[in-house]
Design a protein around this ligand. Structure first.
Ligand SMILES: [Zn+2]
Length: 173
């Protein structure tokens, strides 16, 4: 009985294969691109973060600290490039979004693409502020305010310690 079943299945497979080769119009199955995982969540224990980040970065990114104003290495950065999360490398802002807010921290008027940043109501220090976090790893970036001077009206106020800068490569001729 089993043999017959296998034979039937075999014939069926053979038939379906032939069917495919005859019908050339069938579209190829789409290959999943590697970039599909770009927004996959990054989850690490606090011990693992401590291994990766220096103590200052750890304090800001994982303990929601704030660097001293006007102390950050990226505050005056005017070079063209991409700002990424210092913890997980998630692309967050481009240099085109940076503006000089005179507030002491790097400021941007929008995120590089929707869904890169998540927000959370922060009621610490007796203030109601909107905290911004990397959507991929949950690390603290800074706060967002609606007093921006550009068309978006938004000011993403971000710690330099929460960011890494990837300078644009000169275009190859
Ligand atoms: Zn991140």
């Amino acid at each position: 009985m089993k043999k017959i079943l296998f034979f039937c299945l075999g014939s069926l497979l053979l038939w379906s294969c032939e069917g495919k080769t005859q019908n050339q119009a069938k579209p190829e199955p789409t290959v999943k691109s590697k970039t599909m995982n770009d927004n996959a969540p990054v989850q690490k224990t606090e011990e693992e973060w401590k291994q990766i980040l220096n103590p200052d970065q750890y304090h800001v990114l994982r303990e929601k600290g704030t660097e001293r104003p006007f102390s950050g290495k990226l505050l005056e950065n005017k070079e063209k490039g991409i700002y990424v999360c210092a913890a997980c490398g998630n692309e967050l802002f481009s240099s085109d979004m940076k503006f000089d807010s005179h507030c002491g921290w790097p400021s941007f008027d929008r995120e590089i693409a929707g869904g890169k940043i998540k927000i959370h109501q922060d009621t610490s220090l007796g203030m109601i502020r909107t905290e911004i976090m990397c959507a991929r790893c949950g690390s603290h970036l800074g706060h967002i305010f609606d007093d921006g001077p550009t068309a978006t009206g938004q000011r993403y106020c971000v710690n330099s310690l929460s960011l890494d800068f990837k300078k644009d490569e000169p275009k190859k001729k």
